[in-house]
Design a protein around this ligand. Sequence first.
Ligand code: NAP
Ligand code: MG
Length: 402
Amino acid sequence: MNKIQMKTPLVEMDGDEMTRIIWQKLKDILILPYVDLKTKYYDLGLENREKTKDQITVDSAEATKKYGVAVKCATITPNAARMSEYNLTNMWKSPNGTIRAILDGTVFRAPILVKGVTPYIPTWTKPITVARHAYGDVYKNVEMVVEKGSKAELLVTKPDGSTETALIHDFKGDGIIQGLHNLDESISSFARACFNFGLDTKQDVWFSTKDTISKKYDHRFKDIFAEIFENEYKEKFEKAGIEFFYTLIDDAVARVIRSNGGFIWACKNYDGDVMSDMIATAYGSLAMMTSVLVSPDGIYEYEAAHGTVQRHYYKHLKGEETSTNSVATLFAWTGALRKRGELDNTPELEEFADKLEKSVIETIESGIMTGDLYLISTLENKKKVSTTEFLEAVNETLQKYI
Ligand code: NAP
Ligand code: MG
């Protein structure tokens, strides 16, 4: 059989623990036999991040800027326990945070739907994609504990040296204050990333904030979205037959619950953090969630939404059989291969990605699944298989389409 040729390499970011094991297996079983895989390989495993003083993470993000599409394995974000476990000289920062800062992106998360796994909201028959702004607000806050009798003010020193102040509160009792900020430029790239993703996936874009209460801060988000839509996207949306609409977050929540899914919900940083966890849970499983970071200049980094599945890895190290779900990692690969195919005009690669995704879903719907899905699936003929058996079963299904 002739393998599918690639014109441009993918940036491949390897990772840690159980997902690193899955990474190698899924390449061996489902990709290398069919695709003449070209990648620029970066080992973001914690040992190599330590060895390179985390330079490898920066290099991989720079390579992503150069080549345009990356696929990333889950990685450990070190904490105190990991410092001693891996003998680290430094508590290296979250690779996702580092990559996001370099690519200046928005994160889109969407569930993968299969028959037998019913969302907790049964009317959600189509996926809901949460687009999370990944800069500023409470994630870059400044906070203080304030003593009774204090007066807190907002003070801005302007470029010409003049100042503007506003009273926050006259404290008659002990309390707390918090300072937040965001940047027009970051909000603008967030808006463009959402509109581009809507066009890319032919889905409506919803945006919600609390602009009735936050008349300057949240209102600025609303205005920037409206202006960019009007000037740059309105006609493209009309042509694509999709819509953009803004609504208050309270109203958005009510509409989301009553909806059938099938749209992109753009959220501010904190809203997106919380809502994406809620949506993932409501759809059934974090292992069935795709995640892609899209930069305003059209650079894509695909990954799974879950972590390195540490507990399964320790079982694996003891030689015990695992039943870890590889679907989100597989869809990171198919997403990246499809995007590469689209950008390079290699339709065979796009078709391969489609067929592989179809095979994954068909395999699960035929009753073959890993333990996490086995617990929640309503299929009568369901059967729990190991990590490797699942990948082999997908390969068997794939034969029908190749
Ligand atoms: P996790 O790896 O997502 O796992 C949490 C639990 O969810 C697992 O113990 C497992 O439950 C279940 N689970 C998650 N993915 C699964 C899969 N593919 N198949 C089956 N079950 C799955 O989160 P964590 O344990 O909080 O974090 C572990 C490490 O991952 C940490 O070092 C963290 O820094 C890192 N992390 C990385 C990323 C990323 O790179 N994107 C994201 C989050 C966390 P059971 O054990 O009950 O089976
Ligand atoms: Mg969260």
